[in-house]
Design a protein around this ligand. Structure first.
Ligand code: NAD
Ligand code: MG
Length: 383
């Protein structure tokens, strides 16, 4: 079997390290030829020592690169992911940088690589039609890594040309699912980072608590599967066992189930169309006992409705939604604003941000910068 070279963008993060765990288990099948991270130099040094990539990169230049790690090409700077991809030219790029900071790397990966394994949902939310059109034009597969989209992608293998009536995304409901509205406003960073079923990076864990994560995923599903917003539904399923579902016109529903472990969807994208065992215990239905479902409470989680609105509005609206959220989540994690303010900062930004058409990636970056500046002003007013 051919060994696939792979760039791991966001190598020190939650998705990146789990992907590297699979590379470690399957050294005959995968070679991590390019490792990229933001600023956690020590972590990246350890990974470079172990995986011996051809190219390694950090957005923030470290004081020095250890003597024994000078065998590979080192690239530094804010655009390091793009330059690292161009230097390493791997077969696959696992795009697992968090936020719109990963957009240019996804864009370049479509040019340079055979396949894009996409975890970086913000790149698709903001890059939208531009990214999917480029993938189609160049005939490059974008394989979903997000568990819901991987589940839908897996279910679609059984479609056999039949039309799909509806996509049903499941949501855990996040750390505050059972909280009363009046308590939610003052939820602390610690409360919010206690995710019930998944261990993930900080930003996405906050997004789960506001449920904007599910909103971003609705937009992501719209782009990946060419489905209009009215055919994408969300149901809260706190056990995170059914990862998402598709419904056919005869009412039949297919869902994909597994224990909540991201190595499943990461491995499915890496080895597609094969499946990689990674030592997970089988799902024990008798022990699980019950699976429950509830409608999302859009009063306590207004961010979900805001995402649908942004998707329907199109153009720069999803970019503004994402940019305002990134600014608000960062401010919340720094202790600058309360949890309750996140949704309000997004809503206020959206209401004043001019709607624009986006015809090129530069327009996406402009709309993002504009939304962030507005959100920052609102945040500063608070503190
Ligand atoms: P994380 O915060 O754990 O890791 C982010 C990684 O990106 C780190 O390695 C960091 O160094 C790197 N990075 C950040 N900014 C960068 C920059 N400007 N240049 C280069 N590298 C940069 O985040 P995560 O939880 O692994 O999430 C990554 C992406 O995957 C997000 O878009 C998230 O929504 C998506 N995702 C994550 C999970 C999960 O289980 N963690 C599940 C589904 C989707
Ligand atoms: Mg997800």
């Amino acid at each position: 079997m051919e060994k696939r070279t792979m760039a791991v963008l966001g190598a020190t993060g939650s998705i990146g390290t789990q992907a590297l765990d699979l590379v470690r288990r399957y050294p005959d099948r995968f070679e991590a030829s390019c490792l990229v991270a933001h600023s956690s130099a020590e972590k990246l040094f350890a990974l470079v020592r172990e995986f011996r990539p051809r190219v390694a990169a950090l957005a923030v230049e470290p004081e020095a690169v250890p003597e024994d790690l000078r065998f590979c090409e080192w690239i530094f700077g804010p655009d390091c992911a793009v330059r690292a991809l161009e230097a390493a030219r791997p077969m696959d790029a696992l795009c697992a940088i968090v936020g719109i900071a990963g957009l240019d790397a996804v864009w370049t990966a479509l040019d340079v690589c055979e396949r894009v394994l996409l975890a970086n949902k913000e790149a698709l939310v903001a890059g939208g039609d531009l990214v999917t059109r480029k993938a189609r034009r160049l005939n490059k597969p974008m394989l979903p890594v997000d568990s819901e989209h991987s589940a839908i992608f897996q279910c679609l293998q059984a479609r056999q040309d039949n039309p799909v009536r509806r996509l049903i995304l499941t949501a855990s409901g996040g750390a505050l699912r059972t909280w009363r509205a009046e308590d939610m406003r003052a939820a602390t960073v610690r409360d919010v980072l206690q995710h019930p079923t998944w261990r993930m990076g900080g930003k996405i864990t906050v997004d789960c608590a506001t449920m904007l994560n599910k909103g971003l995923e609705v937009i992501e599903a719209h782009h990946l599967f060419a489905m209009p917003p009215e055919k994408i539904d969300v149901v809260v399923h706190p056990q995170s066992v059914i990862h998402s579902m598709i419904e056919f016109e005869d009412g039949a529903v297919l869902g994909q189930m597994a224990r909540p472990d991201m190595r499943g969807p990461i491995g499915y994208a890496m080895a597609y169309p094969e499946r990689l065992p990674y030592g997970a215990e089988p799902l024990d239905f008798a022990r699980l006992g019950t699976m429950t479902f509830e409608a999302p409470d859009t009063r306590r989680f207004p961010c979900l409705s805001m995402a649908y609105e942004a998707l329907r509005a199109g153009g720069s609206a999803p970019v503004a939604l994402n940019g305002a959220n990134e600014a608000a989540v960062a401010a919340f994690l720094r202790g600058q604003i309360s949890f309750g303010r996140i949704a309000e900062v997004i809503a206020e930004t959206m209401s004043v941000c001019p709607a624009r058409a986006v015809a090129a990636i530069g327009d996406v970056h402009d709309a993002d910068a504009e939304a962030r500046a507005i959100a920052q002003n609102i945040i500063r007013r608070d503190s």
